[in-house]
Design a protein around this ligand. Structure first.
Ligand SMILES: Nc1ncnc2c1ncn2[C@@H]1O[C@H](COP(=O)(O)OP(=O)(O)O)[C@@H](O)[C@H]1O
Ligand SMILES: [Mg+2]
Length: 247
């Protein structure tokens, strides 16, 4: 029986070095099933490095990364996608010459299908259409991806990540470069992932968005986790204010 207190993801004491530079020092982080976790920190504090270590783009120099109690530290990035970790908003980019719908079908065909509900009898085409509709891109279904606006591309990237049927979605700089109204639109889509049971790790600079999104807030400074907890408590934490918010 599944223990409801067991984390989906357990990052345990990981260290990452680039040559003589330590980008992450003994960082630990649990993410519960369905939990929305915000990750903040100054530029260069190690946020993307942490994401790269979780998604397998970088090998860690110490510690372990567990997914549902299974050690995935040695798995290649594509194997981690299959295991349930999807990262959006940085890589992979959509195929620019393909339509929105075709881009989704590619992901549905090549990733995540292991965990698809066997009661789901819809064709790939039908599932792709539903996915496109769920991010509000129905009017652009047959448009070539290269013709999309910035916010439409973000929605497509989100739909592509969700098409891999993830248990954890990692959104690094998900809202960067969007206007205020667009930030709200994409944020709502990301927040709705929770209703699908997906955990989300959001890395974002816009504090109002982070505070609206996060059930828990984690702060990295110079490769060290300095706070992890209730978002309101975390942003009132004197060490966080000194190290980051008050800078
Ligand atoms: N591939 C790399 N090789 C060398 N140094 C890197 C590499 N990736 C990141 N770094 C360094 O690690 C630190 C953390 O970077 P990063 O994780 O991108 O920070 P953040 O995402 O918080 O802005 C920075 O000092 C950065 O220059
Ligand atoms: Mg970064």
């Amino acid at each position: 029986m599944e223990n409801q207190h067991q984390p989906l993801v357990r990052v345990s004491d990981i260290t990452k070095k680039f040559g003589g530079f330590t980008a992450l020092s003994n960082v630990s982080l649990d993410i519960a099933p369905g939990e929305r976790v915000g990750l903040i920190g100054p530029n260069g504090s190690g946020k993307s490095t942490l994401v790269n270590c979780i998604s397998g783009m970088l090998e860690i120099d110490g510690g372990d990364i567990l997914l549902n109690n299974t050690n995935i530290s040695q798995l290649a990035p594509h194997a981690r996608v299959h295991a349930g970790i999807a990262r959006s908003f940085q890589i992979p980019r959509p195929f620019k010459s393909m339509s929105v719908l075709e881009n989704i079908k590619v992901v549905l065909t090549f990733s995540g299908n292991q965990r698809l509900d066997s009661n789901d009898l819809r064709s790939t085409q039908e599932r792709a259409i539903a996915m496109v509709e769920s991010v509000g891109l129905a009017p652009k279904m047959h448009a070539i991806s290269a013709s999309l606006t910035q916010v439409e591309l973000r929605k497509l990237e989100l739909a592509r990540a969700m098409s891999a049927n993830p248990k954890l979605l990692i959104a690094d700089e998900a809202l960067a470069g969007l206007s205020g109204a667009e930030v709200d639109e994409v944020l709502v889509l990301i927040m709705n992932m929770k209703s699908k049971g997906v955990s989300v790790l959001l890395i974002e600079h816009i504090m109002s968005a982070v505070m609206q999104f996060s059930e828990r807030l984690v702060v990295l400074v110079a490769g060290n986790k300095i706070a992890d907890g209730n978002p309101q408590d975390v942003i009132n934490n004197p060490e966080v204010i000194r190290a980051y918010l008050g800078e």
